[in-house]
Ligand binder design. Structure first.
Ligand code: G6P
Length: 368
């Protein structure tokens, strides 16, 4: 049944391994041959999308990180200005809402108190309408939003979100492409990303095969007190999510930085006691990232790099490299989430924490 761990030791582990199947479920019936139709957002979506000129995205926790990734996608592929904010800040400030702004909430549960309050607040602010991307049908957020897209991840039991996040990202890419089509994204790019989405479950399966290799890396973290996660572009939020996972379940203090900010502070902390994790997909920022990694190495930092197999970052003393299959640029953030989930999972297991029920945290924060 839904609440059984089956062959897995923890729900979190089971949910990580379910990702190829649930990403496929999130795509099911939603891809056109070479584009993404608006129908999956509801019958009124097309008319609404054609009027949208701005987006405000509001969420909490891991869902907020999904929103941060989506900003890179939406501005690049749909050409629409996007603001992303945590709900607990958004709901208590004066918000300027430009004409034709769509309000978007992201939530696994659809019951997070701050996100729900933000939606209710937004209803009074003159938005064009609201869209909820959510995993629980019939939740408060879904009932109170104009448009909805369900993430189809199935019940998530582990407090630390995994499959809910990657299906949110999948849903957000569908949103990006649907909006992009309305806003004139070229047909070639649409077709390429749609093809990439079709192949994504298979690629995630291949990344899951790195499980043993990642488990052996985890021994390098279990005794440490701090870790630093680096990424650039849309992978900065993936670094944030990697750091959050490590904090939540292993209680190791972890921070994420956009790699270009290293010399503005965190470099002062780098030494052999603080492992530095970096995601290095094959994008246009790769050369810059490589020189950031040199800066870490030069200060004795131990590096753990998850890199595209075509990138040519070589393992050397103090630099461990795990290769990921090549993936379309647009979809790399989804793929690179997975090894970071596995890393924090194995570190937590080594440390003997309560992986599915970390101390002081709740699955759904329904009170403020
Ligand atoms: C809690 C959970 C997180 C989750 C956040 C937002 O903090 O522990 O895993 O990301 O709430 O929850 P939501 O259901 O709104 O996505």
């Amino acid at each position: 049944g839904a609440a059984s761990k089956g062959e897995y030791r923890h729900f979190m582990q089971k949910e990580i391994f379910e990702q190829p199947a649930v990403i496929a479920a999130a795509l099911e019936g939603r891809l056109g041959e070479r584009s993404v139709p608006s129908e999956c957002f509801g019958p009124d979506a097309e008319a609404l999308f054609s009027r949208v000129e701005q987006l405000h995205i509001v969420a909490c926790g891991t869902s907020y990180h999904a929103g941060l990734v989506a900003r890179y996608w939406l501005e690049r592929y749909a050409g629409i200005p996007v603001q992303v904010e945590v709900a607990s800040e958004y709901r208590y400030r004066t918000v300027v809402v430009p004409d034709n702004t769509l309000f978007v909430t992201l939530s696994q549960s659809g019951e997070t108190a701050d996100t729900l309050a933000a939606l209710r607040f937004a209803r009074e602010q003159g938005y064009l309408g609201s869209l909820a991307i959510c995993n629980v049908p019939g939740s408060s957020l879904v009932r109170e939003s104009d448009l909805t897209l369900m993430t189809q991840a199935g019940p998530e039991i582990g407090v630390a979100s995994t499959k809910a996040f990657t299906t949110q990202l999948t849903a957000l890419m569908l949103f990006t492409l649907a909006l992009g089509r309305v806003k004139g994204l070229d047909a070639e790019t649409q077709a390429e990303v749609v093809a990439g989405l079709r192949g994504l479950p298979q690629l995630v399966s291949r990344v899951l095969e790195l499980d043993d290799a990642i488990e052996s890396l985890s021994t390098e973290f279990a005794e440490k007190h701090h870790a630093l996660f680096l990424g650039r572009g849309a992978h900065f939020p993936i670094a944030l999510e990697g750091a959050l996972k490590l904090k939540e379940i292993s209680y190791i203090h972890a921070e994420a930085y956009p790699a270009g900010e290293l010399k503005h502070g965190p470099l002062a902390l780098v030494d052999s006691e603080m492992p530095v994790v970096s995601v290095a997909p094959n994008d246009e920022l790769l050369d810059k990232l490589k020189s950031n990694l040199q800066e870490v190495r030069a200060r004795g930092g131990e590096l753990f790099v998850f890199a595209d197999e075509r990138v040519g970052i070589e393992a050397q003393e103090g630099v461990r490299v795990l290769s990921l299959p090549h993936v379309h640029d647009a979809l790399a953030p989804i793929l690179y989430t997975v090894p970071l989930q596995l890393l924090s999972y194995h570190v937590a297991v080594l440390k003997g924490t309560d992986v599915d029920q970390p101390r002081n945290l709740a699955k759904s924060v329904t009170v403020e």
